[in-house]
Write a new protein. Structure first.
Length: 167
């Protein structure tokens, strides 16, 4: 069947054969455009738009970063503000006075001959001050255990301490 079709096409006048080849080529080009090139061009356009938006965002971010003060100045400001928020330096005294000075409250204190257990509710900086105080005590206090939990925005600290005379 295709042999008869090809033979019939070959017997057509030259201008008719050229016209059919041109129309076939045009149809093939349209099919390629519709199925292949058009989606790729659309995707390239979308990617180009996204690239432009990202570039604009990066330029704005870069301008914002350039307007900020340098990191050493920011660190100095942070340190200054942290120091302003800290309570006045503790002058010394008892553990209960240190806890009260740090804004904490002593919940329980159960001393015994070998140490004891202390439960305190305080902020993080107060907890660090209590640990520094206990570390400086003589004859040395060893923490045999502790637990930290959060209650009402403060730390609830349970310290189990043992006296260590070997230090």
């Amino acid at each position: 069947m295709s042999h008869n079709w090809l033979t019939g096409w070959l017997y057509l006048p030259l201008w008719w054969r050229v016209l059919t080849l041109l129309l076939g080529s045009l149809l093939l080009a349209c099919a390629l455009w519709w199925c292949g090139l058009r989606p790729m061009l659309h995707q390239a356009e979308v990617l180009n738009r996204m690239l432009w938006q990202q570039s604009a965002h990066n330029r704005l971010t870069q301008r914002a970063l350039l307007r900020q003060p340098p990191p050493p100045l920011l660190e100095a400001d942070i340190t200054r503000l942290e120091n302003a928020l800290l309570p006045a330096k503790y002058g010394g005294g008892s553990l209960a006075a240190l806890i009260a000075h740090s804004g904490g409250t002593m919940e329980t204190w159960q001393p015994d001959n070998q140490g004891g257990e202390l439960t305190v509710r305080m902020g993080w900086r107060g907890f660090l001050a209590v640990l520094a105080y206990l570390r400086g005590l003589s004859p040395g206090i060893v923490l045999s255990g502790f637990s930290l939990s959060e209650q009402e925005g403060l730390l609830l600290v349970r310290l189990s301490m043992v006296l260590n005379d070997d230090l």
